[in-house]
Write a protein that binds this ligand. Structure first.
Ligand code: THU
Length: 145
């Protein structure tokens, strides 16, 4: 897929991820995350992290977005933007980064060579990676055919 197909959507994706982040339920970690997933039809589906008093049932923003999208009938995706934790990241070289479980959940539905991950500090300040870069030599559904 042409990367330019995604570039135009990045500012909107980051804005929507920021908005979704305001809805994060993270009373235990206080680390709030927002995600915005771009479908193949150019629809943006957002997600936030949702924690739980029993800890392990908590869900990351990225997976919230993927599960919302799949439950709404979308299974093909172009990109995801992630916004989080500027207090910890400010003045550092670090950008928000998806956990390994979320990388694997994304892998189920996308071509790792094409799918773009936008790690955003702001609309102006972000880094772009393919899923393959963040999850190399990955395991996916085709192994089970
Ligand atoms: N979290 C996300 O939602 N996405 C990430 O990319 C990293 C981690 C959440 C999980 C938990 O609610 C909190 O951030 C601290 O780990």
């Amino acid at each position: 897929m042409d990367k330019n197909q995604i570039l135009d959507f990045i500012p909107d994706m980051i804005q929507q991820a920021k908005h979704a982040r305001t809805r994060a339920y993270a009373p235990y970690s206080n680390y709030t995350v927002g995600a915005a997933l771009l479908t193949m039809d150019d629809v943006i589906i957002t997600g936030c992290n949702v924690e739980n008093a029993a800890y392990s049932p908590g869900n990351c923003a990225e997976r919230t977005a993927v599960f919302k999208a799949v439950s709404e009938g979308y299974r093909q995706f172009k990109a995801i933007a992630i916004v989080a934790g500027e207090a910890a990241l400010e003045g550092t070289e670090a950008y928000p980064s998806p956990c390994g479980v979320c990388r694997q959940v994304l892998r189920e539905f996308v071509n790792p060579k094409d799918f773009m991950i936008v790690l955003a500090k702001s609309v102006e300040d972000y880094k772009l990676f393919t899923l393959e870069e963040l999850l190399p030599i990955s395991f996916g559904p085709e192994y089970l055919n």
